[in-house]
Design a protein around this ligand. Structure first.
Ligand code: KIV
Ligand code: ZN
Length: 504
C-alpha cells in the first residue's frame, strides 16, 4: 500500500462522543471502550479533556498507561495550563499526542474570544511551541474552520506547522459544510499552505445537516488523510462522523475511494454494542451499518433475491462487520459452553465468574422467551457485568392494573444492604412504580426522558427502557431490560439513580 493512501482513524468517542447530552462514563467504562477500540484497530484515541475535571484527568492517565497499541491523545485549549495538564495525563503513553485547539472564524473571534486575527495567530503559534517542548507529536485544530476565512486559515496552518504541529485539523464544528464545497475548501488549504506536506491534514465533521460522512469522503478525495470520528456517530448535538460509515464506505466502494484503514471491520458490531450499552445511547434501527435493520430484508421480493444470491440486495457481507453467524439463536437447551462461545464471538472478553452470572440470567430469560438473540445477550451482559456499583438494587416488584383498578405498585429495593418496601398508586403501573422508587430512595430527580424499545421482534421480546434523569446540574442515562416492561422500567430508573450516586 502506498503510504499516501492510508487513512488515519482518530477516534473521539471518549471525548467528543462523551459530550453527547446525558452521556457520562466512569473510568472503568472508558477503559473497556478503550480496550475495544484498540482491538478494532483505531490509530489515535482521544481519551478526554484532562483540564475539564479531575475525573477526566484520571481517565486519560489510565488509558494512556494501559493502551500500548495506539496513540492516546488529550484535548487542550491553546493555553499553557491546558497543555501542561494534558501532557501530565498522557505522558506515560506510547507516542502520546497533544491536541490543542483555537477558533479561527471571525464569528468566534468577535463574539467568543474577543481577539484580533493577529492575536489568534500568535496564540496558536505559542501554544504549539509550548507543546513542542514536551513532544513532537502535536495536533492543532482550527475550531470552526469551515466558517473561517480560508487565507487566514492557511496562514494559521503554516504558522503552527512551522512551530511544530505534525497534524493540522480542519473541523466543521457546527456541521455547516456541504460535500463538494467542503472538498473545495480542503483543496484550497492543500494548494495554499506552503508547508502542508510536512503535516497530516485531518478533518472533524459534525452531523447537524446529516452530511458528516459525505463531507469526510469528499475531504479524503481532496487530500485529507486523517478522519476524526466516533462509534455510532455519537457526539455534540447531532453527533460526529460515524466511524463505521466511513470505514465501510471505503471498504465497499474501493473503486471510488482507493484508500485503506487499519480497522478490523469484524469488530464493528461488538464495538457499536459496547458503546451503546455503556453510554445508554441506543442506536436507531435504521442506522447505516450498525442499526438493527441494516441487514434486515422485509419485502418478499428482496428476501427471495437474497436467498437466491446475497449480492442481489446486499452491498456488504454482514460477516465483514461481525454479524452473520451471530444471528443464530440460542434457546433454553443451550448450555454454558454455547453461551460462552457466542459471547466470545460477539467480542465480549468475560471471566468465568462473569459468564456464570450471565448464564444464570440467560436461563431465567430462556424460560420466558423461546429464542435468545445477540441483542438479548447484550442486554444481559449490560445488566450483569457492565453495571456500575449499585447502591440501590431491585428486590421485589408487584403491580396491579387494568380497567376499573387504580394502578398500584409495590416495590422492594435494597439500599445500603437494607431491604425496604413501599406501595404507591399512580396514573399507570409505571408511574406508580416510579413513585415508589422515588419514595424509597428519597431522591428528587427530574425525569427528562422515558423510552421503551423492543430489543427483538415478537410479543415475548425483551423491552429495553432508557431513562434520563436530572438532579441539579447532573444529567444521567439509565437502562434496563426484561420481557416485563415494568420490571425493565424500574431497573432503568434504579440504574440511572445508581449513576447519580456514583457521580456524587
Ligand atoms: O468540533 C470541534 O471543533 C472540536 C474541536 C475541539 C476539534 O471538537
Ligand atoms: Zn467536535
Amino acid at each position: 500500500m502506498n503510504e499516501s493512501d492510508r487513512i488515519i482513524i482518530f477516534d473521539t468517542t471518549l471525548r467528543d462522543g462523551e459530550q453527547s447530552p446525558g452521556v457520562s462514563l466512569n473510568v472503568d467504562e472508558k477503559l473497556q471502550i478503550g480496550r475495544q477500540l484498540e482491538k478494532l484497530g483505531v490509530d489515535v484515541l482521544e481519551a478526554g479533556f484532562p483540564v475539564a475535571s479531575p475525573g477526566d484527568f484520571e481517565a486519560v492517565k489510565r488509558l494512556a498507561k494501559e493502551l500500548r497499541n495506539l496513540q492516546v491523545t488529550a484535548l487542550a485549549r491553546a493555553s499553557q495550563k491546558d497543555i501542561d495538564t494534558a501532557w501530565e495525563a498522557i505522558k506515560q503513553g506510547e507516542n502520546p499526542r497533544i491536541h490543542t485547539f483555537l477558533a479561527t472564524s471571525d464569528i468566534h473571534l468577535k463574539y467568543k474570544l474577543n481577539k484580533t486575527r493577529e492575536q489568534v495567530l500568535e496564540m496558536a503559534r505559542s501554544a504549539v511551541a509550548h507543546a513542542a517542548s514536551y513532544t513532537s507529536n502535536i495536533e492543532f485544530s482550527a475550531e470552526d474552520a469551515s466558517r473561517s476565512d480560508l487565507d487566514f486559515l492557511c496562514k494559521v496552518f503554516e504558522t503552527v506547522i512551522d512551530a511544530g504541529a505534525t497534524t493540522v485539523n480542519f473541523p466543521d464544528t457546527v456541521g455547516y459544510a456541504i460535500p463538494w464545497d467542503f472538498g473545495r475548501m480542503i483543496k484550497y488549504v492543500v494548494d495554499h499552505t506552503p508547508n502542508i506536506h510536512k503535516a497530516v491534514l485531518s478533518i472533524h465533521c459534525h452531523n447537524d445537516l446529516g452530511l458528516a460522512t459525505a463531507n469526510v469522503l469528499s475531504a479524503i478525495n481532496h487530500g485529507a488523510r486523517q478522519v476524526e470520528c466516533t462509534v455510532n456517530g455519537i457526539g455534540e448535538r447531532a453527533g460526529n462522523t460515524a466511524m463505521e460509515e466511513v470505514v465501510m464506505a471505503i471498504k465497499t466502494r474501493h473503486d471510488c475511494l482507493p484508500f485503506e484503514t487499519g480497522i478490523e471491520t469484524r469488530q464493528i458490531t461488538a464495538t457499536s454494542r459496547l458503546v451503546s450499552t455503556l453510554t445508554g445511547m441506543s442506536v436507531q434501527s435504521n442506522k447505516a451499518i450498525v442499526g438493527a435493520n441494516a441487514f434486515a430484508h422485509e419485502s418478499g421480493i428482496h428476501q427471495d433475491g437474497v436467498l437466491k444470491e446475497r449480492t442481489t440486495y446486499e452491498i456488504m457481507d454482514p460477516r465483514d462487520i461481525g454479524l452473520a453467524k451471530g444471528r443464530l439463536v440460542l434457546g433454553k437447551h443451550s448450555g454454558r459452553h454455547a453461551l460462552k462461545a457466542r459471547l466470545d464471538e460477539m467480542g465480549y472478553d468475560l471471566s468465568q465468574e462473569e459468564v456464570d452470572r450471565v448464564f444464570a440470567r440467560f436461563k431465567d430469560l430462556a424460560d420466558k422467551k423461546k429464542e435468545i438473540y445477540p441483542e438479548d445477550l447484550d442486554a444481559l451482559v449490560a445488566e450483569e457485568v457492565l453495571r456500575i456499583p449499585e447502591r440501590y438494587k431491585l428486590t421485589y416488584l408487584h403491580v396491579a392494573g387494568g380497567s376499573g383498578i387504580r394502578p398500584t405498585a409495590t416495590v422492594g429495593v435494597e439500599i445500603d444492604g437494607k431491604d425496604r418496601v413501599v406501595a404507591c398508586i399512580g396514573a399507570g403501573p409505571i408511574d406508580a412504580a416510579f413513585k415508589a422508587v422515588a419514595n424509597l430512595t428519597k431522591t428528587r430527580s427530574r425525569l427528562l426522558r422515558f423510552t421503551v424499545n423492543s430489543i427483538t421482534g415478537g410479543t415475548d421480546a425483551q423491552g429495553e427502557v432508557t431513562v434520563r434523569l436530572q438532579e441539579g446540574s447532573q444529567v444521567v442515562t439509565g437502562q434496563g431490560a426484561d420481557p416485563d416492561i415494568i420490571t425493565a422500567s424500574v431497573r432503568a430508573y434504579l440504574n440511572a439513580l445508581n449513576r447519580l450516586e456514583y457521580k456524587k
